[in-house]
Design a protein around this ligand. Structure first.
Ligand SMILES: NC(=O)c1ccc[n+]([C@@H]2O[C@H](COP(=O)([O-])OP(=O)(O)OC[C@H]3O[C@@H](n4cnc5c(N)ncnc54)[C@H](OP(=O)(O)O)[C@@H]3O)[C@@H](O)[C@H]2O)c1
Length: 259
């Protein structure tokens, strides 16, 4: 299926695995990241069959850096050449990880901006830009177990992820009569990425559960992001072939539910 895939935070971690997957499927790709992907990936792209590949450099902590860029990029393309459009809101930050009373106001503002405000604005630009598009339109917002259960010292991460989940669910309600739209909250589970490495470095005085996260790592309980993407990809193909959840607009998906 001719697909245009938009991915935020695509330069590393889960976002990079999503990018490699999209490229391997022959999708056209719009990559939104703060840092460029580098020569190795650009070479990979030019050797591949990806019809369109465009990097858009943005800092999601600064509205003036990303505002309007998704809409402008889509306006420059003829969307009618595609049968499906997918937006992955993936970029996020874990910080600040601190008990209340010790939260940095700057880090709180950045986390709300990157994890919640930016995805809201990107969804809005995406919806406005694709109003007359006749094919399938999917929004897949990367969620977390932290959206569903509280974790000490993660009050900001948990709140922003819970906020994004509710935002996604609300959009699904708004679009309930438009069957070609899909809204997914996808929780990838604990993965071996920079975010987990960052968590393991936090002192116990700041994050009392840090020992658990060190154990997950030493006991090899972290998934590789490419394996997570492979599972999500199989699920996506099932939606497309009508084998699963075709009547559901809103899908809360946890990687542990996937084969
Ligand atoms: N890792 C886990 O165990 C886990 C578990 C559950 C959910 N998740 C979720 O999965 C998603 C991917 O996480 P990950 O583990 O791949 O994290 P990661 O390795 O820390 O990567 C985060 C991505 O977000 C980007 N980003 C952060 N701040 C940005 C900003 N201001 N502007 C633009 N891009 C920014 C980063 O870009 P830079 O390189 O420029 O910083 C990077 O590409 C996130 O939504 C996360 O909440 C992760």
């Amino acid at each position: 299926m001719k697909t245009l895939t938009l991915i935020t935070g695509s330069n590393r971690g889960l976002g990079f695995s999503l990018l490699e997957w999209a490229q391997s499927q022959g999708h056209s790709v719009l990559s939104f990241s703060r840092r460029s992907l580098g020569e190795r990936f650009r070479q990979q792209i030019s050797d591949s069959s990806a019809p369109i590949f465009q990097e858009v450099l943005v800092d999601f902590s600064k509205p003036e850096s990303y505002s309007g860029k998704l809409a402008k990029t889509l306006q420059a393309l003829d969307l009618n050449q595609f049968e499906r459009l997918i937006l992955f809101n993936n970029a996020a930050v874990i910080e600040p990880v601190s008990p209340i009373g010790e939260l940095s106001p700057e880090l709180v503002a950045t986390a709300i901006q990157v994890n919640l405000t930016a995805p809201i604005h990107l969804c809005q630009e995406f919806v406005k830009s694709t109003k007359s598009f006749q094919g399938k339109v999917w929004i897949i917002n990367i969620s977390s177990g932290a959206a569903y259960r509280p974790i000490p010292s993660w009050s900001i991460y948990c709140s922003t992820k819970a906020g994004l989940k509710m935002f996604t669910d609300s959009l699904a309600m708004e679009f309930r009569n438009l069957p070609h739209w899909r809204f997914l909250n996808f929780s990838p589970g604990i993965m071996d990425t920079g975010m987990q490495a960052q968590i393991r470095e936090i002192p116990e005085t700041q994050f009392p559960l840090v020992g658990q996260f060190k154990d997950y790592y030493s006991q090899a309980k972290l998934s590789m992001p490419e394996k997570v993407v492979a599972k999500l990809s199989r699920y996506i193909e099932k939606i497309d072939s009508g084998k699963t959840l075709t009547s559901e607009l809103k899908i809360d998906l946890d990687v542990s539910d996937l084969a």
